[in-house]
Design a protein around this ligand. Sequence first.
Ligand SMILES: CCCCCCCCCCCCCCCCCCCC(=O)SCCNC(=O)CCNC(=O)[C@H](O)C(C)(C)COP(=O)(O)OP(=O)(O)OC[C@H]1O[C@@H](n2cnc3c(N)ncnc32)[C@H](O)[C@@H]1OP(=O)(O)O
Ligand SMILES: Cc1cc2nc3c(=O)[nH]c(=O)nc-3n(C[C@H](O)[C@H](O)[C@H](O)COP(=O)(O)OP(=O)(O)OC[C@H]3O[C@@H](n4cnc5c(N)ncnc54)[C@H](O)[C@@H]3O)c2cc1C
Length: 640
Amino acid sequence: MSNEVNTDLLKERSTATFDAERLTEFIYKGPEKVKRKRQIQNIVLQDKFLQSFKPTEFYDRDGQYNNAVRRQIYIMDRLEELGFRSETDRLNFREAAAPVELSPFGLHSGMFVPTLERQGTPEQSRKWVPLGKSFKMIGTYAQTELGHGTFIRGLETTATFDPETQEFILDSPTLSSIKYWPGNVAKTVNHCLVMAQLYTQGKCHGTHLFLVQVRSMEDHTIMPGLEIGDIGPKLGFDGVDNGFMKFNKYRIPRMNMLMRYAKVLENGDYIKPKNAKLTYGAMVMVRVWIVMDAFKALSRATVIAVRYSAVRRQSELRPGGEEAQVIDYQTQQYKLFPLLATSYAFLLAAEGMSQIYAKISSDIERGNLEDMPQLHALACGLKAFCTWVGCEGIEVCRMSCGGHGYSHASGIPKIYANIVGACTYEGENTVMMLQTARYLSKSYFRGQRGESLPELIQYLTIDLNVKSTLGEDCSFESLVAAYSHRAARMVATACKLQNANKQKGMPSHDAWNKSTVPFIAATKAHCHLLYAVYGIVENMGEFMQDGYFNQDQISILNRKVLALLEDIRPNAVALVDAFDYPDHLLQSCLGRYDGQVYEALYENSKSSPLNNTDIHSSYYNYIRPMMQKRSKSKDISAKL
Ligand SMILES: CCCCCCCCCCCCCCCCCCCC(=O)SCCNC(=O)CCNC(=O)[C@H](O)C(C)(C)COP(=O)(O)OP(=O)(O)OC[C@H]1O[C@@H](n2cnc3c(N)ncnc32)[C@H](O)[C@@H]1OP(=O)(O)O
Ligand SMILES: Cc1cc2nc3c(=O)[nH]c(=O)nc-3n(C[C@H](O)[C@H](O)[C@H](O)COP(=O)(O)OP(=O)(O)OC[C@H]3O[C@@H](n4cnc5c(N)ncnc54)[C@H](O)[C@@H]3O)c2cc1C
């Protein structure tokens, strides 16, 4: 590979109108933090073991899982040796060391340990959390079953209290009750947090979490009374062993029920929690993280697509002139620049969401549950919105790279395959949106009754007769007002339909179900408040429906979006550079910082296993015999 930077990229960087480094410092919260991040990334870059892994697509499933375990354990050991204590340092190291592959221990650190911490009594946490943190106990979160994922109340695994032995008996009474999908259940973990229906004194008290040992701590054999296995290959998550698990009247001690909020006493008495949904806390926390994951995925794809578009030359823009950088085509800009802006919007949304989560979850831990519905609605809506928009955007990035985007060498297919799972896991997106919709509906009716609403949804009570004041400058205030108006109108329309259904005599659940399509649209509009001019132009019908904008204003907006493309154009490369993703994080021949994409693609293709021999064994085994057979056939030779 040459050491030169592609001349087009050099030019892009030299003509940018701002200093990308300052923006990087803004993103990572200061120059010291940027420096530290780069130091950590360089440690990874110098690490021969970490650099020795080929991309996961070159391994079969067994190899992918094996490598993921090997690499992640090495990462843990290195983190210990390096003595990194801060969560940011550890995250930076982990991301640089395994940039594409998901960890077979992700659910251990991401859900198992935090849930023990937050849902266990102080005594339980003291006992188990240190074991989890030191990986003496390896665990995961096992909730979903063959028959039910979304409808948690419909889960069928039972945990029946036996006061005689002071144990719970876990059972999978039906085929559909078998746990199915939980990550790392198949091969990695020796413990699970299992969501099961609690029965005591002959009564069901709904779903609760239980700590269950599933494999021997000595030799990792599956505990008697359990059946465990892998569910097979998936679209992504190559290194993750999503599994199935069946309980056959399997006994665990009473104290293995997480009892911070609900309790079962020795005599079998059940003590109710303050709110039954407190058991769902781990899901809320992960939904918040997923917003950040959506940012990371979309921004990486955008970096790749924008850099490649600056390097790729195709067709003549000026007749007879040189071939143009594809980034100069207005249509290419319209595909990519809004995604670049969306990436920045997602970053800020993810940070805001994390702050809200930190505040409200600490209130909840102190017993103040007032804002729980608001947190739930916000986390559900943003998780669904950002993963949907992110995945659509990543696919646009892939296609904007033409044929090379389809190759794993572009790095984009893997980004997509991993993040698209987030549209389903931790709450299927439509279902999540409908949770936010219910919150909006309830809030709308409260607003109609004159009750006060939390700040984020006060716009639901605005006067819908007021028209837009948007002028040539497309001011920030006029844009916010437009989004508020559109979302408020759409929520009101959906609520009126829900009400009309009720007035026709429908039971309230039917009245709700038969208004959910407009409610989903309204909830998307609510989440869309992250956007500006492009969001209006792309959804003009919804903004126009009640004549909120006049014809002149529509023309202004259409002109503005094209003018913004011109504004962004000289800065597009600098804006993606500012994310400061080093090449080894992007793992992309197209998104390289130096823009040497053709050399990289050509080199990369040489590592295809099909190139190990000039003549593949299938020639000797199948092609040659087929040709020989055909050449002997009278019909064929007659035709020839
Ligand atoms: C610190 C160390 C850091 C280490 C870093 C490591 C980072 C790595 C991260 C780890 C990532 C690893 C890679 C990712 C792996 C993927 C992980 C995937 C895991 C899973 O998928 S676990 C399974 C998830 N399952 C779900 O999400 C199920 C979805 N279903 C539900 O949540 C609920 O059942 C539903 C659909 C929301 C509600 O059902 P419904 O029947 O309508 O209602 P309920 O009776 O249950 O509820 C009545 C009432 O309560 C409200 N409600 C529901 N949930 C909540 C809640 N959580 N909080 C507050 N309120 C809630 C509901 O809205 C109803 O309200 P009403 O007012 O309408 O009555
Ligand atoms: C990669 C991956 C990793 C996972 N990891 C884990 C894990 O670690 N632990 C774990 O416990 N689970 C895990 N899961 C399971 C995951 O949480 C569930 O698949 C998810 O919650 C969706 O539930 P479901 O499969 O039952 O979908 P379903 O609910 O069956 O969805 C099917 C369709 O029905 C629709 N639908 C369902 N209910 C409603 C409704 N009320 N209103 C309108 N439409 C509805 C949905 O919108 C969807 O279109 C994982 C899944 C994936 C893909």
